[in-house]
Design a protein around this ligand. Sequence first.
Ligand code: NDP
Length: 385
Amino acid sequence: MAKILTVLYPDPVDGYPPRYARTDIPVITGYPGGQTAPTPQGLDFTPGELVGSVSGELGLRPFLESRGHRLVVTSDKEAPDSVLDLELPDSDVVISQPFWPAYLTPERIERAPRLKLAITAGIGSDHVDLPSAIEHGITVAEITHSNSISVSEHAVMQILALVHNYLPAHEWVTTRRGWNVADSVSRHYDLEGMDVGVLGAGRIGLAVLRRLKPFDVTLHYCDVHRLPPDLEKELGLTWHPDARSLAAAVDVLSIHAPLHAKTVNLFDEELLGSMKRGSYIVNTARALIVDRDAVVRALESGRLAGYAGDVWYPEPPEEDHPWRTMPYEGMTPHVAGSTLSAQARYAAGVREILECWFDSRPIRQEYLIVEGGRLTGTGARSYTV
Ligand code: NDP
């Protein structure tokens, strides 16, 4: 029998289950590039249900209990006296979502001698200390591609919301009960004709570029590896060898690189200062890629015309986090990759990984980040330690 500790975000304040807006979701069987969507042998939830919160349990309980395993689900994760900390020492598997990350620090891993598998229900395993996972022989896996399109749609939405000044205009007619056209249009522009770039043209970044192409913008990207020439031609892409070159060239910059040693604090005071006056940044990647306070200063000075995104540090952020009150922001809590559509895929992916794990079958290479004491599979491409 194994103990599976699952850390999920709390249920809706209005209760669980919520009243769903739609009765079903489209069936997605594959992703760009040819990878298939998860293929578990069974599923104990209806796609489209809220399975990412505590009561949803990622739909895992019937499956795990039918096999004699013990499932513990909690949202209580802040050290030192959290349920996570109390339950961790005899857990065999930890499942966590980037939207409500159970930070598996070296100290926590040290206190979890039985831990052999850490699954990220979503994408982005930087909340797991990968060197410690490697050292302790823990397998780390994530549900690659499960929410990439979800995030790309969120990024495009936030780009349009910032450039068109959507949120303040909305506020004028709702919260402020006004009809203030001039106030609303004073920062209201078209995206058409602008230079728009992505940092990181992987699964999400490339999907953003593809979705922006019909807006008649000039597209740029910066990535470690160049995209194939025919793709650059098809999308009219200008490649930049580094973030500085990209930042200076664009009006709108969307961040889609993972958080690692080379991207941490990349957008510091100096890099932000090198951008055109009135630039926009959207960051749905990881908060620590930008300097928190330098972003606030850049918005106040007008260097940035807007900053949006859905990633914070830590998560959840403190009540007085300056991004909650800074001007010209379009922040959301970390939700881009947790649409009901994405939840169906990553919960199915978690089930697939657990089926493989308990049946001693190999986990798909595309899901693997760490295995056998080294980065492997997708991890070997996307992460550094
Ligand atoms: P991918 O690995 O597919 O793409 C990331 C790209 O960034 C790769 O092409 C990589 O290059 C490139 N890259 C890495 N380092 C740099 C650098 N220093 N400068 C420029 N480019 C760089 O990842 P995804 O597109 O799937 O996801 C990107 C990130 O988005 C995730 O790491 C995660 O943090 C975040 N995310 C956020 C979600 C949300 O809900 N907000 C949900 C899902 C993911 P190469 O591989 O060629 O070396």
